[in-house]
Ligand binder design. Structure first.
Ligand SMILES: C[S@@+](CC[C@H](N)C(=O)[O-])C[C@H]1O[C@@H](n2cnc3c(N)ncnc32)[C@H](O)[C@@H]1O
Length: 407
């Protein structure tokens, strides 16, 4: 690997956006790409991969450099970010070009020795002390360690085949013609995995709506709802519509889906994606004061893909490692409880709902459902599933399906 100074400077800019301006990693990377249109596919892949790796391992790199690793004292000034970048590449390459860019660095041997012997798991996995302890309480130390280990690796890219427009075989052929080899994914009939990372958004197949980029674990949620063609379905936290579009495909565009959210810009994005996907049984509704009441007792199926900590998707959003704090968890759990208190009334008797999160924490998952069932004996739990990143190499998700037995 040869280092190009302009790309390394790009990585440092991404780190400044993430650590100093508190911008989400994916947005920071998107923004640097926009500002550097001359970068080719390889340059972009280089900047994205190594920026993510440095963000994932930021605390461990700081430790290796002898910097302060106490969460509240973490150094984020530009010199520290440059040194972290230098340390990261030195660990990969043993030697660095003689640039002044990286500042003062220890020898490779010193760096390597410290990097390989982190004194605490919170440093090994670069999470805050609070998050390390919280995760241990939620799932036990060994499990939390296993999941953090899995989520400290680069995520694979999965596609969802849009069955409204193509078949798996046809899409694989089309993508191959456009330079992308794919593999089928066991246990997820709608999913393909890219054999090698690449920008699939530029393909004609994407522009024609033949697929969406969606994690394989996430593709297990819409089928779990057991929606059938002709049903009336409400996707109450639809966001940009990843699961709405999947539901529409499973329903073969028949019946009616109401996709709701509190953010109108997300619903706008959903409508754009629906057009590309050839989906025409979806109506979007912004949640306002009376939106829910009007829909009481109306749905055969209800999806509650609630806001959550994102503790199952740290691999894709490594900055969530320091965004998840005590107060953030309290806020998120309160939102989930509010949604569980008011939204299920939209379901008809005999209807089913799925409560889903992209979290691996019991307090957001099973505990919320246990509390809901204790307060709502007219619901019964049909099935639940926890997908752990360490098991399949997908993102972490929880889903519970409940049936409304009576009013
Ligand atoms: C996990 S994301 C949904 C992802 C989406 N279902 C998908 O598959 O792409 C949770 C969504 O809940 C929305 N949300 C937050 N508070 C809400 C509320 N009170 N009612 C409904 N949706 C809410 C957020 O705007 C966000 O889009």
């Amino acid at each position: 690997m040869r280092l190009h100074r302009n790309l390394i400077e790009g990585i440092i800019e991404v780190l400044q956006s993430v650590f100093q301006d508190r911008i989400y990693s994916d947005k920071a990377i998107e923004s640097i790409f926009k500002r550097n249109k001359q970068w080719g596919v390889r340059d972009r892949a280089f900047v994205a991969e190594h920026s993510y790796n440095i963000i994932r391992n930021h605390k461990r790199l700081r430790y290796a450099l002898g910097m302060n690793t106490r969460d509240e004292l973490q150094e984020t000034h530009t010199d520290a970010l440059r040194r972290m970048t230098g340390a990261y590449f030195m660990l990969l390459l043993k030697e660095l070009p003689a640039w002044d860019l990286f500042g003062n660095l220890p020898s490779y041997e010193q760096l390597h020795r410290r990097y390989e012997a982190p004194p605490h798991p919170s440093i090994a996995y670069s999470v805050s002390d609070w998050l390390w302890q919280y995760g241990c309480r939620q799932m036990g130390e060994a499990s939390w360690q296993r999941e953090l280990d899995a989520m400290n690796r680069q995520a694979d890219v999965f596609l969802r085949v849009n069955s409204l427009k193509t078949s798996m075989e046809e899409l694989r052929e089309r993508l191959l013609q456009e330079g992308f080899a794919t593999e089928a994914v066991e246990g997820v009939p709608s999913a393909l995995k890219l054999a090698a990372r690449g920008n699939v958004f530029r393909t004609k197949a994407f522009q024609e709506g033949l697929f969406e980029v969606q994690d394989a674990g996430s593709q297990r949620i819409a089928p779990f709802l057991e929606a059938a063609p002709g049903m009336r379905v409400i996707d109450a936290c639809a966001g940009g519509g990843g699961k709405t579009l999947h539901l529409a495909a499973l329903m073969q565009n028949k019946g009616h889906i109401i996709a709701m959210d509190v953010e109108s810009w997300k619903l706008k994005e959903l409508r754009k994606r629906a057009r590309r996907n050839g989906v025409f049984n979806v109506e979007t509704r912004l949640i306002e004061s009376k939106t829910l009441k009007r829909l009481y007792n109306s749905a055969d199926r209800l999806l509650l893909d609630v806001p959550c900590s994102g503790s199952g998707v740290l691999r894709r959003n490594p900055d969530a490692k320091w965004r998840i704090t005590d107060s953030f968890m309290e806020e998120v759990k309160a939102k989930q409880q509010m949604i569980l208190e008011h939204y299920p009334q939209m379901l008809k008797v005999g209807g089913k709902m799925v409560y889903a999160t992209c979290s691996v924490f019991a307090e957001e998952n099973r505990k919320q459902i246990e509390e809901f069932l204790a307060l709502n004996p007219h619901f019964e739990l049909e099935a639940e599933e926890l997908l752990l990143p360490s098991f399949h190499g997908w993102d972490g998700f929880y889903m519970a399906r409940l049936r409304k037995k009576s009013r």
